[in-house]
Design a protein. Structure first.
Length: 289
């Protein structure tokens, strides 16, 4: 069965999310919507709606005009077995002692590795992206520097692959949070598939608001995007123990100096910066007061 996608771009995160919310009330009702920052420094956001039948072009035109977006581009998506496609395209990823894989590659797990099972149908944050791989390798560096554990937070966890890596090496509990309830459903499924129930706690939360997430933490992973990373920097500092480690990614190479400078202003010292493809991962340590 053919499905459809309707895409537009616009300026402003809040405006983009407002348009996405309006799209959810269309007829036919979308089977999903998405909001994505275009990571080219333009400040533009992409808003998408996915439908099983052709969307109402007139209604989309009205919404675009009302919300200040460009006209929607409507495209047909041919039917195919997406899970099988992902299984073909996503090869296992070795990352230091870790081995990230899908169940279709269970026979390829090296005996001396720490396996991290991420189901193919849940393919965001699988380790194939330079940011996730960079964070796993950065975690190896932190362990090599003598980190022995403590309170650990995976902030913006996605599949919870980083939280699971920490739990498998250091034991739990590790806290994994994400603003997206769907991501937390994925994280919970992966935690169960990796036999980590009770060792990784997955919660829906926006940053450090309220009393849901409170420090001090000894290690924080934050693999998100430049904008949220900068916005969260004071709270991250406030909830980090002196001498604690911070692993940041979701940062384009050309953005790394700006993010680093913001966190240095908030009391962190850079210990390592590494790039994989277009993406940089920063390892930082919280200064003594």
């Amino acid at each position: 069965m053919t499905s459809y996608t309707a895409l537009t771009t616009m300026t402003g995160e809040d405006a983009a999310y407002a348009l996405a919310e309006a799209l959810e009330h269309l007829e036919p009702e979308p089977i999903g919507t998405g909001v994505f920052e275009i990571e080219d420094g333009s400040g533009l956001w992409e808003v998408a709606a996915y439908t099983e039948t052709a969307p109402d072009a007139g209604a989309l035109a009205v919404l675009a005009a009302v919300h200040g977006a460009k006209p929607f581009n409507i495209s047909e998506i041919p039917d195919q077995d997406w899970v099988s496609k992902v299984q073909r395209d996503l090869a296992p990823v070795p990352a230091g002692r870790f081995f990230v894989y899908g169940s279709h590659d269970a026979d390829k797990v090296p005996a001396d590795s720490i396996p991290l099972l991420i189901e193919a149908a849940m393919a965001f944050g699988t380790g194939h992206h330079g940011t996730t791989l960079g964070c796993l390798l950065a975690f190896e560096d932190v362990l090599a520097a003598g980190f022995k554990g403590g309170r650990i937070l995976d902030l913006g966890c996605g599949t919870a692959v980083l939280a699971m890596a920490a739990a498998k090496v250091l034991g739990g509990p590790v806290l994994a949070s994400d603003i997206d309830p769907v991501a937390i459903e994925v994280a919970l499924a992966n935690v169960k598939a990796n036999d980590l129930d009770g060792q990784v706690d997955c919660i829906v939360a926006a940053g450090f608001g309220g009393d849901v997430i409170t420090g001090p933490f000894d290690l924080i992973f934050a693999n998100i995007l430049k904008g949220p990373l900068i916005g969260l920097s004071p709270d991250v500092s406030a909830h980090m123990r002196q001498g604690g480690y911070l692993i940041l990614s979701g940062i384009l190479n050309e953005q790394a100096d700006e993010v680093q400078a913001v966190y240095q202003t908030n009391g962190f010292t850079l210990t390592k910066s590494s790039a994989i493809g277009d993406w940089t991962t920063l390892v930082m340590c919280k200064n003594a007061a």
